[in-house]
Ligand binder design. Structure first.
Ligand code: SF4
Length: 370
């Protein structure tokens, strides 16, 4: 269908050193010399060239190479990928280009070379700086590796992010707080904090069903998330999205595009592409249509996604949405009564409770569309 230009590009790398016990992402453990990774990168390079020829990469403003573990590809394959990108689109410094890396596979040389080839933001999958917690998670790196990886990254990258996880069985509040403080002390500019989610079919799910592992306690998770917020805010970070904190100017533009109705192109296995025009929004993953929205549903989804962001939506946007969603103004007034949103300076913003009860908040907004 004729569509608005893609503004964001996501490239999925579905390989890891080993599988972590909680993970249900599309990824598999492969040896670092596996020909499977060579073939996959060759195929990605062809897809990038094809999309460039079709004129789909001309308006891309952010690139995100995620996984899986992109750093597990090793430098030679990453070089092929980044070289193809640099020939196929304007990979200028204005384009935010993020790559995910894990401590066990990031090297000094990789840091230097990917930076020279246009990556300007590095997101490091740390989860915890506590060896006992890392062992429970089944991670392939130690706390020392994680500290070393952040220090290495900072040699070249100004914009370094780490992921941390809360509510892991066996993780104490002290351990979690120490990890948040370590991230701050290491000088990262962005921190993503997630509560552990038990996904069906994962080793963690099976261990809980068999009684070998305790189920994460939602209250403990909520307390830890709140502690993280307090500590990060004291250090100058602000929570710009439900799970993301940044120092001013270091908010992830790529992630923000997912929450602001920006069309994105996904390349690689299980990467979603969102294509849209004024009449229709479609999401396609591995050749399957996963969403096909009409204008009213699009508008409801835009309002819902915007409420993941601290800035929320303006009263004027809600009024405007009422042309397609007549119940929108009364629904936002009701959300305010429920304490899920607050109206400040002409904007409806999610409250802490709204973020904690996200399913209720987002569900009520999505229900606005027939
Ligand atoms: S490293 Fe990340 S993507 Fe890979 S198995 Fe662990 S959690 Fe999943």
């Amino acid at each position: 269908m004729p569509h608005d230009p893609y503004k964001a590009l996501y490239i999925h790398i579905p390989f890891c050193v080993k599988r972590c016990g909680y993970c249900d992402f599309c990824t598999s453990a492969v040896a670092k010399d596996s020909p499977v990774m060579d073939e996959y990168v060759e195929d990605l390079v062809m897809q990038i060239r094809r999309k460039s020829k079709e004129g789909e990469l001309g308006a891309i403003e952010t690139v995100y190479i995620g996984g899986g573990t992109p750093s597990h590809l090793g430098l030679s394959r990453l070089s092929s990928l980044l070289y193809a990108l640099s020939l196929s689109m304007h990979l200028t410094p204005e384009v935010e280009c993020t790559m995910e890396a894990n401590p066990e596979s990031l090297t000094e040389r990789m840091v230097r070379d990917i930076w020279a080839m246009g990556v300007n933001r590095l997101s490091i999958g740390v989860q915890s700086f506590d060896d006992e917690v890392l062992a429970i998670l089944g991670r392939a790196h130690s706390a020392r590796d994680a500290v070393a990886a952040v220090q290495m990254a900072k040699e070249r990258f100004e914009n370094v992010s780490v992921d941390l996880m809360a509510g892991i069985p066996g993780q104490t509040a002290e351990s979690f707080v120490a990890s948040v403080r370590t991230a701050i002390d290491l000088g990262v500019k962005h921190v993503s904090v997630y509560p552990l989610a038990i996904e069906p079919g994962t080793p963690f799910d099976k261990a809980i069903l068999k009684g070998w592992m305790e189920e994460p306690d939602e209250d403990v998770e909520a307390d830890m998330m709140e502690m993280a917020g307090r500590i990060l805010e004291e250090a100058g970070f602000h929570r710009y999205e439900v799970a993301n904190y940044a120092l001013p100017g270091f908010e992830s533009r790529h992630n923000s595009s997912y929450w602001s109705g920006v069309p994105y192109l996904g390349l690689g296995r299980s990467a979603t592409t969102m294509t849209q025009n004024a009449q229709r929004r479609m999401r396609v993953c591995d050749g399957q249509v996963t969403d096909d929205l009409n204008p009213a549903q699009m508008r409801a989804e835009d309002l819902m996604l915007a409420m993941r962001m601290a800035r929320g939506v303006t009263e004027a946007q809600v009024e405007e949405a009422a042309r397609l969603l007549p119940a929108a103004p009364s629904a936002f007034a009701q959300l305010e009564e429920l304490g899920l949103v607050v109206c400040e300076e002409g904007r409806f913003k999610p409250t802490e409770r709204g973020w904690l009860c996200g399913n209720e908040l987002y569900g009520r907004i999505l229900d606005l569309a027939p």
